[in-house]
Design a protein around this ligand. Structure first.
Ligand code: ADP
Ligand code: ZN
Length: 721
């Protein structure tokens, strides 16, 4: 009897058995369609001995419908899916779905229609048509893309098709990407860089699992170094995956990549068009995509012959996914490298404490780049004590920082002010009755955005126009802004530096790759004097004329008592400081704080990273926090507050009593209402000896809640709200 065990892509179901119809050829990893009730589901053929399924007699099995025309998923990828689901307490189906993340790609080869100018002039030439004809020279794309390029409507272009001025071209959806050239342009590495590159190249050639921590100060040339290892992988005809934390970063990165390798890399991120997504997926699966640069989700794609992985800015918390499968791409990348038997490079100027600890334990090989490239010096860092150097009333920039900003403007140099708060003000209230504007869906204040004239919730996206009168007391023109956001700092700069050209750089203003690119271009051309930005500008950018960095409020990140608050503050400020003085001119950093004595501020000022990390490490050791102990969060939520609370209490009531596990809560989460759901949390703190996941699975497996209650498990959590 021909039976197959199928991991169906439906998280509510376990694996199911099917009959293999005569003539159908499958192997473990084949992607198939299977009947499920009246519907069809996609699934992956799995080794039956690795997955349990209900035993259904042969006679009752339904036949598989078809095998999809894609290469079977390799065993290493199946092992990665199993490991990820097991480690993060997620369903196999939800992890497998990240592998098959392009529906279109699975349907097989296809063509699509693009258009280009035919050379024929239309008989009637409207102004819109003239614009289109002018701007579409040399372009070939779909009508929708051409409309975007030309800035005219699709109707105008369809008119041009009918008039014969645009002609259709059938293109292969899977046309190959132009090949990257490993030796397109060589950087002359300095001795330190060369030694690091040689070590990585050797590891590539050895073709074994080797995790590296590439620990180099900002501007030391970490990217140039791992580019050399990538070139070696390309020479071998294998694939490279580079994970980047944020989409806004990619623009600068892509240009550097193209300069070095002659062509752009293959991109993978959430805002790809479906045609780009299918093309990338198929090229990754066939092995023709040589270098993939992507967000964390690129980690689960079916690379045919991966030779190297790089996690750039590996300390970034955006590698941690906080919904769906709650995984940490940095950690899963190391695991994938282990399964694949290849090197993985975690690159950072401010590594995560966990990564440093792994290096200390000898599990990761640490490579140091101690000096900035080309003789650029690290900036000097000074503290501005806000208790002594007080800003004027209603302002946030202290006199020493304002004086430095003025000097930069006079000299034609650039400044960067860092404040990790989008919008104009974090809280808006009525000056008459004290009413505070709060999100209806979340326990959070609405943030005023003056540029877009909205009050917005940064958690759920709820937005309203600022009302003319207070909704509570009816007073007109009563709103007052409390506290600063970047827009308000930009206003203050405009007042103290008349004539300065100011750019606000946040996810609101640089949300798309195009906007990010034009910001970078403007900054490089010297069209911006002062950049006011959030953490979006703390890394990746290289502006040689930028010589001053001001940290508006260094204490902001230390509030709230998060486990990683100190470490995160250190990383953010060290990264943003690293933007200063990257060219020939020396950089200077001023940190505004009310707590100059706080260990993290003192460490930044003295440049003593090692003793700061040592103290943090000791604190974590004593608290049994990662990497010495383990944490997991259990988040219980419902639209009904009582239901959420009762479910959380029921879970808490059956907590396991174990010597190496402590369980806190349940308690309302700090963000007790999020997107209309009430949230309660329990926090599990376990010694390393405990089988944390097994304990949680056994504990939570006793409960059967209605579908309106969600129980989320967050292993190694980063977010404590
Ligand atoms: P990091 O990633 O460590 O911050 P980068 O790789 O971005 O450093 O390098 C900083 C700057 O110095 C970049 O503009 C880079 O092009 C330049 N650079 C670094 N190393 C070299 C080199 N060997 N030759 C030429 N330019 C280099
Ligand atoms: Zn909200």
């Amino acid at each position: 009897m021909n039976r197959a065990r199928i991991l169906v892509l439906n998280a509510a179901l376990g694996p199911l058995d099917y009959r293999i119809p005569p003539g159908m050829e499958i192997v473990p990893g084949s992607v198939v369609m299977a009947p499920l009730g009246p519907r069809q589901v996609m699934g992956i053929v799995w080794e039956p001995e690795r997955l349990e399924a209900d035993s259904v007699p042969d006679a009752r099995l339904r036949p598989l419908l078809e095998v999809l025309p894609v290469p079977p998923l390799r065993a290493v990828l199946r092992r990665l899916v199993e490991w990820t689901a097991d480690y993060y307490c997620a369903s196999l189906a939800s992890v497998a779905r990240m592998v098959l993340a392009s529906g279109g790609a699975l349907k097989g080869a296809a063509t699509m229609t693009e258009y280009r100018l035919s050379g024929t002039e239309p008989e009637r030439l409207t102004p819109q048509r003239a614009v289109a004809l002018d701007s579409l020279q040399g372009e070939q794309a779909t009508i929708r893309e051409l409309a975007e390029i030309a800035g005219v409507s699709e109707a105008v272009l369809r008119g041009l098709v009918n008039a014969g001025a645009l002609e259709p071209v059938e293109v292969d959806c899977d046309r190959p990407y132009p090949p990257a050239q490993p030796d397109f342009l060589h950087a002359e590495l300095n001795d330190e860089q060369q030694a690091a590159a040689t070590r990585l190249v050797d590891a590539v050639n050895a073709g074994q699992f080797t995790p590296f921590l590439l620990d180099g100060v900002t501007g030391s040339g970490k990217t140039e170094v791992y580019f050399e290892a990538m070139a070696e992988v390309l020479r071998q005809g294998r694939q490279v995956l580079v994970l980047l934390p944020e989409i806004a970063l990619t623009e600068a990165f892509l240009r550097r990549f193209e300069d070095r390798f002659g062509v752009p890399p293959v991109l993978w991120h959430s805002s790809l068009k479906s045609t780009e997504r299918r093309r990338a997926w198929r090229a990754i699966a066939s092995g023709t995509a040589q270098v993939v640069v992507g967000a964390r989700s690129a980690l689960f794609l079916p690379y045919a012959k991966l030779g190297l992985m790089v996690v750039d800015e590996a300390h970034e918390i955006s590698f941690k996914q906080d919904d769906g499968v709650r995984y940490n791409a940095r950690d899963v990348a190391v695991m994938r490298a282990r399964f694949e038997g290849i090197p993985v490079v975690l690159s950072s100027a401010t590594p995560a404490l966990e990564s440093l600890q792994m290096a200390e334990a000898g599990i990761y090989e640490k490579i140091d780049l101690a000096a900035r490239y080309g003789g650029a010096t690290l900036p000097t860092i000074e503290v501005v004590d806000l208790r002594i150097e007080q800003p004027e009333r209603g302002r946030w920039l202290a006199p020493p920082l304002v004086a430095e900003l003025k000097k930069r403007l006079e000299r034609g140099e650039q400044s960067l002010l860092f404040l990790n708060r989008r919008g104009y003000a974090p809280l808006t209230l009525c000056r008459h009755c004290g009413y505070r504007f709060q999100c209806p869906n979340c326990s959070a204040w609405l943030v005023e955005h003056r540029l877009s004239q909205r009050l917005a919730c940064h958690h759920c996206g709820h937005e309203t126009a600022p009302p003319a009168t207070c909704p509570e007391c009816g007073t007109a023109d009563c709103l007052v802004a409390c506290g600063p956001g970047v827009e308000r700092i930009a206003d203050e700069v405009a007042e103290v530096l008349p004539g300065a050209r100011i750019a606000v750089a946040t996810s609101d203003t640089l949300g798309s790759p195009e906007k990010a690119a034009s910001f970078v271009a403007a900054a490089e051309e010297g069209l911006i004097d002062v950049i006011v930005g959030t953490q979006l500008v703390t890394k990746g950018f290289h502006f040689p004329e930028l010589t001053l960095v001001g940290v508006v409020d260094a204490d902001l990140g230390l509030e709230g008592g998060d486990l990683r608050a100190g470490e995160r503050t250190y990383q953010q400020i060290a990264q943003v400081a690293g933007r200063a003085g990257r060219g020939a001119k020396a950089g200077r950093v001023l940190i505004q704080t009310r707590h100059p004595e706080a260990p993290v501020i003192a460490a930044l000022a003295s440049g003593d990273r090692d003793s700061f990390y040592a103290a943090e490490t000791e604190g974590r050791r004593q608290a049994g926090a990662p990497p010495f102990g383990r944490w997991a969060a259990i988040i219980v939520s419902s639209e009904d507050e009582a239901e959420a609370r009762d479910a959380a209490r029921a879970i808490g009531g059956k907590r396991p009593q174990l010597p190496d596990v402590a369980i806190l809560g349940p308690a309302p989460a700090p963000l007790s209402l999020l997107r209309g759901r009430y949230r309660y949390r329990l926090l599990v703190n376990a010694r390393r000896s405990a089988q944390l996941q097994d304990i949680i699975r056994a504990w939570l497996g006793q409960f059967k809640f209605p579908a309106s209650v969600r129980v989320g498990i967050d292993i190694d959590p980063y977010s404590f709200v």
